[in-house]
Design a protein. Structure first.
Length: 390
């Protein structure tokens, strides 16, 4: 399962071109592209797309990029109904991602959405709007894609789902959304080089983070909270939770990982963090420089008392919150780590993805568990299938 280690440096120009060409074809045909997948088969793409997208872009009519929406990550009937209602009258396509090709949630969503697409554009045209990303030889999705003649990408055998964001699993949806996958891969390759075994511990940030969090765990800090001060990082935290949760939580061991979104959660779980059970440590993910500026205006009446901030950027206030919060939390007995990203763009997100993957692998070994399997997720399936078949 170590294929992901060399993904960024080994991806070829031809690989990237094939992904870009497929993305261009979907972009030319579709106003909406549905990414069908669950867990590692969609969270990486969503993390990058949500981080880079204009938060309100999907509401615009004169968009230059297709809207990317997601399905197959839940079994909500209303969700699917509302998605199909939204799709009415729009040209759409589907990227169906499942490494095993047998996961119930995406299979169910795909069956329904494929039917809808074929109804609207006909079976022949639907084939040109569906892309399958799956195993090289096995699984129902592989068989279906071959039979129908869908464009197919392969997830290498030695790359597990949650480590697959730098394969077409992540790169195709990201390219469809209009972002630069070459810069993302470049950022990841930079981190691959800078966290390689040749880089000594004093310079190797993946090793340092792994050691610190595992030492904290040994000292009773059983919960790690990933905190961020930027709503655009919501799905980066969701991706992180999935990567670490499935990799570390086994054999009755492992840090439980949670995420908080500041400053919103400072008005909710901030109380627990400050004064609740002392079993947590906090890792703050921060962005040094926003991509845009909004100044605080002067106000003649100053009834809200904010004139002392006039002329300052909103981010200045956010930065002070980001500096003040860890001070308060450390005072309250919560150890704090900080991970800084200079700016939110493809290059730095690529670095972060690789950094977390590398750290997660090392952490698993420090914990003496196999970070690349997930035997525990089968338990719910066994019960669900026996209930479904009764
Ligand atoms: O990381 C993993 O292996 C899992 O989260 C899988 O990505 C997830 O269960 C989806 O599996 P599949 O791609 O086989 O449908």
């Amino acid at each position: 399962f170590l294929g992901w280690l060399g993904l960024p440096s080994s991806i070829t120009d031809a690989d990237l071109k094939e992904i870009e060409e497929t993305a261009a074809s979907l972009r030319s045909k579709c106003e909406v592209v549905i990414v069908v997948g669950i867990g590692g088969s969609y969270l990486g793409a969503r993390a990058v797309i949500d981080a880079l997208n204009n938060a309100f872009d999907w509401l615009q009519h004169d968009r230059k990029n297709p809207v990317v929406v997601y399905a197959g990550n839940n079994i909500g009937e209303d969700y699917l109904y509302e998605l199909m209602t939204y799709l009415k009258g729009k040209s759409f396509g589907i990227i169906n991602i499942s490494k095993s090709g047998t996961t119930t949630e995406p299979a169910l969503a795909f069956r329904i959405l494929k039917g809808e697409l074929e109804k609207v554009v006909g079976k022949e045209e639907a084939k040109h709007r569906i892309v399958a990303i799956t195993d090289a030889a096995r699984g129902a999705l592989h068989t279906l894609a071959k039979q129908e003649g869908y464009k197919m990408f392969v997830i290498p055998d030695n790359v597990g789902g949650r480590f697959s964001v730098l394969t077409p699993v992540g790169l195709l949806p990201i390219a469809v959304a209009g972002f630069n996958i070459r810069q993302l891969v470049e950022g990841a390759a930079y981190m691959e080089e800078n966290t390689s075994p040749e880089v000594t511990f004093d310079k190797n940030i993946a090793e340092q983070y792994a050691v610190v969090r595992n030492e904290l765990y040994k000292k009773g800090k059983k919960i790690e909270i990933l905190a961020n001060f930027n709503p655009k990082l919501h799905y980066v935290a969701e991706w992180w939770k999935q990567l670490y949760g499935e990799s570390e939580g086994k054999e009755h061991k492992g840090i439980f990982n949670a995420s908080v979104y500041f400053t919103a959660d400072l008005h909710s779980r901030g109380q627990w963090i400050q004064e609740g059970e002392r079993s947590i440590f906090e890792t703050v993910l921060s962005i040094e420089q926003p991509n845009h500026t909004v100044e605080v205006p002067a106000d003649a009446d100053d009834l809200d008392g904010l004139n002392y901030l006039k002329g300052k950027n909103v981010d200045f206030v956010n930065q002070m919150a980001a500096l003040g919060t860890p001070l308060a939390h450390v005072d309250g007995g919560v150890p704090n780590l900080k991970l800084e990203m200079p700016q939110l763009n493809e290059f730095y997100l690529g670095q972060f993805i690789y950094f977390f993957e590398k750290e997660c692998g090392i952490s698993g070994y420090l914990l003496r568990v196999n970070p690349f399997d997930q035997p525990g997720v089968e338990a719910y399936k066994t019960h669900m299938f026996s209930l479904l078949h009764t």
